[in-house]
Design a protein around this ligand. Structure first.
Ligand SMILES: [Zn+2]
Length: 210
């Protein structure tokens, strides 16, 4: 496959900061230390390939402690995911909740790579929340993201407690199989994703049901 100049620059940077000269070997030395939105920061952020980026993936080398910043495109290529935008979106959602739903393309990819079984793929789509969480952890594990630090970071997010309440409500609705409650949980979950808040009345209903 033909590589772009940025791709070559990125790979060279990885090799420069790794302890080996073999790229495939070098890949195994790195893990994702953190992901953050650089959108609000002053000045531009750049990937080591030179591309100006919004999402900053901090990669850390396990052998020598070196770090470098990658954007979502290079990160996805580095992880052989080829789904840069999806990866960023999915990880952003995951930061808010381990029960967040991954994009379908990501699910297909995980299944294609035999990281999840056909049964897990189907259960995920049926919103079996245990499977949802398990599959989500498989993705984090693949990226060598440590769930304890990954989810700790999210605590800084505003409305984190609300997100947790909504997740609880979704589980309750699943268990009760109450159609109205399921509908309500789904609709406020979507609203929270877009607006980042709930009305006092909605919150009141949530609190009464969990
Ligand atoms: Zn890059």
């Amino acid at each position: 496959m033909i590589k772009t100049k940025r791709q070559i620059d990125f790979e060279n940077k990885i090799l420069e900061k790794s302890t080996t000269t073999d790229y495939e070997q070098a890949k195994t030395e790195w893990y994702v230390n953190s992901i953050r939105d650089g959108g609000d920061e002053k000045g531009e952020s750049h990937c080591v390939c030179g591309q100006s980026i919004r999402w900053l993936f901090t990669l850390k080398n396990t052998k020598n402690g070196n770090t470098l910043i990658a954007g979502s495109t290079c990160m996805a290529k580095f992880a052989d995911i080829h789904l840069g935008v999806t990866l960023t979106k999915d990880l952003t959602k995951l930061k808010k909740s381990p029960f967040a739903l991954l994009d379908m393309s990501m699910l297909y990819w995980l299944n294609d790579k035999d990281m999840i079984t056909d049964k897990e793929f189907n259960d995920y789509q049926r919103r079996n929340w245990e499977t949802v969480k398990k599959v989500n952890m498989i993705l984090l594990d693949y990226l060598k993201l440590d769930p304890t630090t990954f989810f700790k970071e999210k605590k800084k997010d505003i409305g984190e407690d609300i997100r947790e309440k909504i997740d609880q409500l979704i589980k309750v609705a699943e268990e009760k199989k109450g159609r109205w409650l399921k509908y309500f949980a789904k609709s406020i979950s979507e609203q929270f994703e877009t607006r980042g808040s709930l009305s006092a009345k909605q919150l009141d209903i949530v609190n009464k049901n969990i």
